[in-house]
Design a protein around this ligand. Sequence first.
Ligand code: ACO
Length: 419
Amino acid sequence: MCSVVFLDINGCHYKFPVVYGTFYEKAINISQLRENTGIMTFDPGLKNTGIAKSSISFIDGEKGELLYRGYPIEQIINKCSFIETSYLILNGELPNTAQLKCFSEKIKKFNHINKEIYQILDKVPDNYHPMGVLSFLTYVLTSFTNFIQEKDEDMYLHLLAKLPILASLIYRKKVGLPPSYADKNMDYTSNLLKMFFSKSNKSYQHNPIITDTLDKLLILHADHEQNCSTTTVRLLGSAHSGLFSSISAGISALWGKLHGGANQAVIEMLENIVISGGNIKKWIEKAKNKKDPFRLMGFGHRIYKNFDPRAKIAKKIAENLIQELRIVDPILELAKNLEEKALQDPYFVEKKLYPNIDFYSGIIYQAIGIPKDMFTVMFSLGRLPGWMAHWKEIKLNRDPIGRPRQIYIGYKKRNIIHK
Ligand code: ACO
């Protein structure tokens, strides 16, 4: 393994150290590049830039593998709950029985929000998108949570407890239901479903298949290394912004259609295909047409050049749920058909475009009864432990403030001349 590389820049020879990861992925450490050579790198979309050393999750995009703290996602999904996974992601190791009990009990202790938040939500206009409202209310939580953010580990548990409450309140306001409060006797995901769907504050009839499905979907979303929203959270953390405001920014980043917002866009696309006569070939041609801005939503990924392992699991979960609930879902059939046709098309084959997690997750949310504009809110609940672990990691690593450079292409220096 070479520990340095040499670059020739304008006839001069420069030596740079090489940084290696656990699986021998390697990067040229260019932190001294500009200082030593007067030149910098240009990498729009940060496609070739490693912005952090991280030990939280690992993706092998060529093989289609995902590990959380070293454990394959396929094992985690079958052996762990979302709350165990959250502990693992935040703390680096799986909890033992006592640690898990303590973690869960503490989250339950923080299962309430200040009454002013209910009043603030009441004033939010009904036509605001739930993701905007979630981001805003997460930020507002800062004012009502009493701890010194930099020092208190409890703030992670506060957010794990409070984000589901905010999500449920946003949903219930939307459908005209009064708040349903947390039940300390329920596990995390049962409680989440209760807070969403109970008609009165007391009764909620659980369906174990739905609870298990939602728990698994939250696990699938729990972390995904340096994606757009996580990088957003890390950037804010690097500026020493507080946890809640960093997460609020992460939620806003996730909302984007090319990122987490794709789950809503996928269902809308599938519904449009049905409405317009179900001609899959026509829509695939549209996605391939460079003059048309349309893309096949739920397809393609910056890192995966193979099947997204989360999408494979989500597809199985969707099929199982729909079969168990005896739902006839033409959208699932259409999605499977579309996937099959796209995967046979030379355009998608050559560009290595495979279904990503968002392709099937919306079908699952829909079957559970979650409205389309709440899909990305559910994604946020799943991604929360990952965001927080990255925020924590950037502090522990004492990473410098994230501050890229640019190639300025604007006006040269000029003088103001009033007309
Ligand atoms: N449909 C049609 N063509 C596509 C698609 C798609 N879904 N995705 C990528 N391509 C094409 C691009 O047009 C480009 O073609 P070109 O080389 O001829 O110009 C090529 O494939 C590479 O695509 P890029 O956009 O350069 O890849 P990038 O890594 O920048 O983008 C992204 C990845 C944003 C996910 C992209 O694949 C996309 O827009 N997909 C649809 C939206 C989506 O599903 N997002 C969710 C991602 S998963 C997540 O964030 C949770």
